[in-house]
Design a protein around this ligand. Structure first.
Ligand SMILES: C[S@@+](CC[C@H](N)C(=O)[O-])C[C@H]1O[C@@H](n2cnc3c(N)ncnc32)[C@H](O)[C@@H]1O
Length: 331
């Protein structure tokens, strides 16, 4: 991620002031941007206030507003994407983020079996193929006694590792719940194919409930591999992350978050801010991005020697792919 040196803050009010206080030591704050025409041409904290049209395409904009979702959409409508969202109360700003990376290409080179799958639909709502490969590679490497998945839709992820992990648990909303699978508010309704690939697998136990209020003590075995891919809102990710770390043995367990990165390989601000808002430094220091995937991973220090980090920027991995499909039907 490019680190800008000069920024605008979108929001000439309380949250904007907070962002200014927090960011001014590290960035030159050119001025504020606001949708309120009455503020245009005035000054806020002794900095000029601009109309959005006058600030876009200049440099990075940090949105500091309770209407961050709407303002993000507004900037995208302008065709402007060089922005991030400031979250009050979160001690880290994404602008600073340069996480070390797990080298997925080299990992998969030494474990080709992790790239073989029975049932991947490549359909909406699932993870990317390299996210599934990451999960399978980690499961094969760690040999966990129990796996917990928060958020199972068609069941592709959990089914892909059920023959590796003896006990698999899934916590996912019941079929009649309205899901909120992504932060843009696009809900994907449950379908006839909900849990299609996981529901008849003997060692997978499904809990059809809201993970954020789930009593983890119900699990018979404490999971040491966890995939968090359920409610992708800030609060949902924060609550799932907090509950998971309160329950697992954090020195010997691995946690993977999907939607940690975007499809275009940038960090997903909401996910990362949500995680950072609930974990301590001993955990955040051991969270890594995964190159060429949408995942992030927590690997405790004791397990890090089993994995390869720091992808070489002179190597680009390509994958030999052979596909065969089959129709899946429900009554
Ligand atoms: C992106 S999909 C997961 C896909 C999954 N990895 C798979 O391969 O099947 C997210 C799932 O999380 C579920 N979900 C959303 N909010 C949830 C919550 N609060 N508790 C439990 N599940 C939730 C949704 O219903 C959806 O089934």
């Amino acid at each position: 991620m490019q680190n800008p040196t000069s920024i605008y803050i979108f929001g000439a009010s309380t949250l904007g002031e907070l962002a200014h206080t927090y960011l001014q030591a590290r960035y030159t704050i050119i001025g504020f941007v606001d949708n309120d025409v009455k503020k245009h041409g005035t000054r806020f904290l002794d900095k000029p206030v601009f109309a959005p049209e006058d600030a876009i395409n200049q440099t990075h904009i940090v949105i500091a507003s309770h209407f961050a979702t709407e303002i993000s959409a507004q900037l995208r409508d302008y065709g402007f994407y060089n922005f991030s969202v400031f979250k009050a109360g979160v001690a880290k700003c994404l602008l600073d983020l340069q996480l070390p990376l797990l080298d997925l290409g080299r990992e998969l080179s030494r474990d080709p079996e992790a790239m073989i799958f029975e049932d991947i639909t490549f359909s909406v709502g699932g993870s990317g193929i390299l996210d599934y490969a990451l999960l399978k590679m980690v499961a094969r490497r760690l040999s966990p006694k129990a796996y917990l998945e928060i958020g199972t839709w068609r069941g592709e992820s959990i089914a892909s590792i059920a023959n590796i992990v003896p006990q698999c648990y899934s916590i996912s909303l019941p079929d009649d719940a309205i899901t909120h699978m992504d932060t843009a508010g696009k809900g994907f309704p449950t379908t006839k194919f909900s849990r299609y690939f996981s529901k008849n697998v003997k060692n997978i136990k499904h809990y059809l409930t809201d993970s954020t209020s789930f009593d983890f003590e119900k699990l018979e075995v404490r999971p040491n591999l966890v995939y968090i891919d359920g409610d992708h809102s800030f609060e949902g990710i924060a609550t799932d992350t907090k509950n998971v770390f309160n329950y697992i043995d954090k020195d010997n367990s691995i946690v993977i978050w999907h939607d940690f990165k975007t499809k275009d390989n940038r960090y997903q601000q909401i996910t990362i801010n949500a995680i950072w808002s609930v974990v301590d430094k001993d955990i955040s220091d051991n969270i890594f991005g995964v190159d060429n995937s949408m995942s992030g991973i927590y690997i405790p220090q004791a397990l890090q020697s089993r994995f390869i980090f720091q992808p070489h920027d002179d190597t680009l991995y390509s994958y030999q792919v052979s596909m065969r499909n089959k129709p899946n039907k429900v009554d």
